[in-house]
Design a protein. Structure first.
Length: 245
């Protein structure tokens, strides 16, 4: 009986694939765009890792998930941005009706720290957006993120580098994002159960790339501690206005 119970739990996991099962059934959250929802068979998958492979940072890729960020921050979910390459612009986020008091920006100094913060963020029921900025992220690390995501009811978004196109990934959904023309995004489906890879969609981008400021070119407070108690941050997180002051 114990073995039967273990097998039933294993088969019930969202990251378990069963041979000859071509079902695309997966719980999703709407992207806020009907065309994009249809392209993704309903929306962003929850309890899963979504990998967005960006050909060039700052194309306007955040506009694809901004409605999702708004939805969760409105519900008092903490939204964590881990190692973003650009300084988030509070007025633009406020204009998108994102609850800034539920937004926390974290920058890490090592791959080990990056992975630890990511796992803790997911397990603490935060909506996580994380960027792989030329770090040596391997399949095993992504597997840990996918397993952590499978134990929640939230989506997890990873913005990955172009070289990830050649790598395998445990992510449930993988999309390559490139610029099609001015203020247009070209989405190429790389992986989604129930849909053939290679299908494309052109979406408008609401982001002006020229207004971006790279984080590593910003003036920062060098007296800020490198290590801190992450659980304390989650409980005492400040609004983004306070973070930037």
């Amino acid at each position: 009986m114990a073995h039967k119970f273990l097998i039933e739990n294993l088969l019930a996991r969202s990251d378990t694939w069963i041979g000859n099962n071509h079902s695309s059934c997966k719980e999703v959250v709407s992207t806020g765009n009907l065309i994009l929802d249809e392209f993704l068979l309903g929306g962003w998958p929850i309890s899963s890792l979504t990998e967005l492979i960006i050909k060039k940072e700052g194309l306007g890729e955040l506009s694809l998930i901004m409605q999702t960020v708004k939805k969760y921050t409105d519900r008092n979910h903490l939204c964590i941005w881990l190692n973003p390459p650009y300084e988030p612009y509070p007025p633009a986020l406020a204009n998108a009706e994102v609850a800034l008091n539920n937004l926390l920006i974290i920058n890490t100094s090592s791959v080990k720290e990056w992975l630890w913060v990511a796992e803790q963020s997911i397990r603490d029921n935060a909506l996580l957006l994380l960027w792989n900025r030329n770090q040596n992220i391997n399949y095993q690390m992504l597997r840990k993120l996918q397993l952590a995501a499978s134990e929640t009811i939230l989506p997890v978004f990873l913005f990955n580098s172009p070289k990830a196109t050649r790598d395998s990934s445990p992510a449930f959904l993988r999309i390559i994002i490139d610029s099609s023309q001015t203020k247009k995004l070209l989405l190429t489906l790389k992986k989604l159960r129930g849909k053939a890879p290679g299908q494309q969609l052109i979406m408008p981008s609401m982001i002006n790339i020229s207004d971006r400021i790279e984080v590593n070119k910003m003036l920062v407070n060098r007296n800020q501690p490198t290590h801190c108690d992450f659980n304390f941050i989650l409980e005492k997180s400040k609004s983004s206005q306070e973070i930037y002051n």
